[in-house]
Design a binder for this molecule. Structure first.
Ligand code: PGA
Length: 242
């Protein structure tokens, strides 16, 4: 795994955006895997800036998001579809029909997950996957456990994830306790992966990602099985090391 340690969140975001931008430039019809949460917002802002400077064209890009709460309507301001429209899609020239987020309002979760997997394959697979990392080491909503699920699936959220995400909701009780998420194999099939992490809350997860362990109890450690992963973190997340 390549590790890039940036001075701060802004530098981390610029570095990540440059990688995404080069992917879009070299392959204008590329398929991007996208993440939500507070971590990638700076990267999305930087991509919007590059688009506004006429340095990037998203008109042929396709995107697949990692996950979505369940159940939730796409119009709910806490949904990840809403987040993506607001933070990226509505601000660049990507046709909205080229953007895919699991449908958290479906009554057929299993079929939705199967269709999502199929759709990714149909579009040729993910060229570049952007990941954040949970304080508990989750990626997407693949939560720590004795085992992990390979394909896109409906999952229960970990207590620690509900607590961490409650900052975006009026109260902890409002956080959905389930989600649809790409599975571990879905993520590992991406041709290239970048993992972003900032802030000291992510230090334990980053340490696990950069040592020699692989464990379902820290799902992000599975990324060590992939041959093209770049961790882009700030100094706070990396911590002091000898
Ligand atoms: P965050 O979430 O970017 O809001 O810290 C990351 C994650 O839970 O994957």
């Amino acid at each position: 795994m390549k590790v890039v340690i940036c001075d701060n969140y802004e530098k981390m975001s610029e570095y990540a955006a440059r990688i995404v931008a080069s992917c879009v430039t070299l392959k204008p019809n590329c398929v991007l895997g996208l993440a939500t949460g507070s971590t990638p917002i700076g990267t999305y802002n930087e991509l919007v800036r590059l688009y506004q400077n006429e340095e990037l064209d998203f008109s042929s890009v396709k995107t697949f998001n990692l996950d979505e709460y369940f159940p939730i309507e796409p119009t709910n301001s806490q949904s990840y579809r809403y987040f993506m429209n607001k933070n990226l899609f509505d601000r660049i020239n990507i046709p909205i029909e080229n953007t895919f987020v699991p449908n958290g309002a479906t009554s057929e979760a299993r079929a939705e997950c199967e269709n999502y997997e199929e759709k990714i394959k149909e579009y040729g697979g993910i060229d570049l996957q952007i990941l954040g990392i949970g304080q508990n080491g989750h990626i997407g909503f693949n939560e720590p456990g004795d085992e992990l699920i390979a394909a896109t699936h409906l999952t229960e959220l970990d207590e620690s994830t509900i607590n961490a995400n409650s900052r975006f909701f009026k109260s902890r009780e409002d956080v959905p306790d389930k989600a649809l998420t790409m599975g571990m194999a879905t993520i590992l099939r991406a041709r290239r992966i970048i993992v972003l992490a900032n802030g000291k809350e992510k230090r334990n997860a980053v340490r696990a990602l950069t040592d020699d362990r692989i464990s379902a109890k820290i799902p992000a450690t599975m990324l060590k099985l992939h041959k093209d992963v770049t961790l882009i973190c700030d100094k706070e997340a990396y911590g002091d090391r000898d």
